[in-house]
Design a protein around this ligand. Structure first.
Ligand code: KIV
Ligand code: ZN
Length: 503
């Protein structure tokens, strides 16, 4: 079987997409989960982009142990120096340099001739290689480049020391057959290609990113670039979970395997969604809430008789927990820890204290605690790290034909603050009260509420996106069986994140 390397770019190409930005601790948490998932390479960011990007690439390089950590760099010395400085402490560092090779990019964006592009590749791949043994070269917009010129670019990159050649379908324009033909052509026409990895990086503008990536694997690619939940520029990148499960489920066809621990897929997907506040669409392949649900009677009957009638994958292979009733108000810390461990969550003693405290509050309100409830508690445990302001209490008076008022009490640095406000609804009134008491001018960008489980005592998960006066956006999340409380918690969580970055 061929071994396919998984190059995850959730923290670089994924993080570039609207609404998906993450702060430093969120990136580190995601990177550790990707390491656990078993990806081969994490593209941690674009170090030159900002001091914050540099810092987070550096922090990820020190935080992960198994996988390679890459930073993106344009073909300039400044970018390459920044990338190397950020990844050099990693156990396995990589510099990923890129330069566009399509006529349209060279003429309008780079304003460079073919000769200049070829020379720049030689010089800058060589420069990067003088610092780091693991160099990836990407020809941006490769799929719209002229094939003979592209082959010369890649040949130069190999001669200058590149160890991986990446073939991006930057604008998601190609079809599976075209991508496969391109890989076949490059394998026959790039000097030295047999000694390096061939990678593909497909965008999903026409919904073909996963199909294109798989076609390239069939044609000889040995690395795929992808993101968790398919997040990324515009319509996104190829989705990691779909590629991995396609290779896993159709081993007979692809004759290829990855290092991914498929049982960590669902957890990775949930964590990302929880951090970014971007929900997983219900019918998303592999990780969507409906991916393993059978609604029609005929299907249900078939599945009961033999699961394989309508199921090509097992939900447990992806790590989806069975949503059973597991604990109640009399369960102790030990039982909770054991249950979380069986669900694959290892959490520190300090975090356990916080999760247990929230568990007890929940168990007082809800008779049966399910795996989905526990998962929500664990995924939200990091909210407790943002404690500049804490919600103490709230009282709302809401209805039709009466003024909607809210009285919110918060604690900040040991001091209790209280404010009352009138709004167009209970949430508007609560958010106004908080803004007024903290003297902040914050705009609510978006708000959503989802039930974590079914039933009248379901936990509601609120996600708010707020905009600070400087235009920066923050995502806050909150959990409670009371939807007003979860919304206020989410708002306060967003404000705490904002205060942490501006402190
Ligand atoms: O889409 C693209 O071309 C990229 C490159 C930088 C690899 O993200
Ligand atoms: Zn890309």
């Amino acid at each position: 079987m061929k071994r396919i390397k998984i190059f995850d770019t959730t923290l670089r190409d994924g993080e570039q997409s609207p609404g998906c930005s993450m702060n430093l601790s969120e990136k580190i948490e995601m990177a550790k989960q990707l390491d656990k998932l078993g990806v081969d390479i994490i593209e941690a960011g674009f170090a030159i982009a900002s001091p914050m990007d540099h810092k987070s690439v550096q922090a990820i390089a020190s935080a992960v142990t198994n996988c390679t950590v890459a930073s993106l760099a344009r073909c300039t010395k400044g970018d390459i120096d920044a990338a190397w400085d950020a990844v050099k402490e990693a156990n396995h560092p990589r510099i990923h340099v890129f330069l566009a090779t399509s006529n349209i990019h060279m003429e309008y964006k780079l304003k460079m001739t073919r000769e200049e592009v070829l020379q720049r590749i030689t010089d800058m791949v060589g420069y990067a290689r003088s610092k780091c043994a693991d160099i990836e070269f990407s020809a941006e917009d490769a799929s719209r480049s002229e094939w003979d010129f592209l082959a010369q670019c890649y040949s130069n990159a190999v001669a200058a020391g590149a160890t991986t050649l990446n073939v991006p379908d930057t604008v998601g324009y190609s079809t599976p057959q075209e991508m496969a033909d391109l890989i076949t052509y490059l394998r026959a026409n790039v000097t030295g290609i047999e000694n390096v990895d061939i990678s593909v990086h497909c965008h999903d503008d026409l919904g073909m990113a996963v199909a294109n990536s798989l076609a390239c694997i069939k044609a000889g690619a040995t690395q795929v670039e992808c993101t968790v939940n398919g997040i990324g520029e515009r319509a996104g990148n190829a989705s990691l979970e779909e590629i991995v499960m396609a290779l896993h489920t159709r081993r007979d066809f692809y004759d290829a395997e990855t290092n991914i621990n498929t049982r960590q897929i669902y957890r990775s997907s949930k964590l990302l969604s929880n951090i970014t506040g971007v929900p997983i669409p219900p019918s998303k392949a592999v990780v969507g809430a409906n991916a393993f649900a059978h609604e029609s009677g005929i299907h249900q009957h078939g599945v009961i008789a033999n699961a394989q009638t309508y199921e090509i994958m097992n939900s447990t292979d992806v790590g989806i927990p069975q949503n059973t009733m597991v604990l109640g108000k009399h369960s102790g810390k030990h039982a909770l820890r054991e249950k979380l461990a069986s669900m694959g969550y290892e959490i520190s003693d300090q975090e356990m204290e916080k999760v247990f405290a929230r568990f007890k509050i929940l168990a007082d309100k809800k008779k049966n605690i399910t795996t989905a409830d526990l998962e929500a508690l664990v995924l939200h445990r990091h909210n407790a790290n943002y404690e500049t302001c804490q919600l103490v209490s709230h009282v709302v008076n809401a209805g039709d034909g009466v003024p909607n008022t809210s009285c919110v009490k918060l604690k900040r640095a040991g001091e209790e603050l209280e404010e009352v406000a009138i709004g167009s609804g209970p949430l508007d009134a609560s958010f106004k009260a908080i803004n007024r008491m903290l003297g902040l001018d914050i705009k609510l960008d978006s708000f959503s509420l989802n039930a974590v489980t079914d039933g009248e005592d379901a936990i509601g998960e609120a996600v708010v996106k707020i905009e600070a006066p400087n235009g920066r956006r923050y995502t806050g999340t909150g959990l409670s069986t009371d939807i007003i409380e979860s919304s206020i918690r989410a708002y306060v969580n967003g404000i705490n994140k904002m205060m942490e970055t501006t402190a």
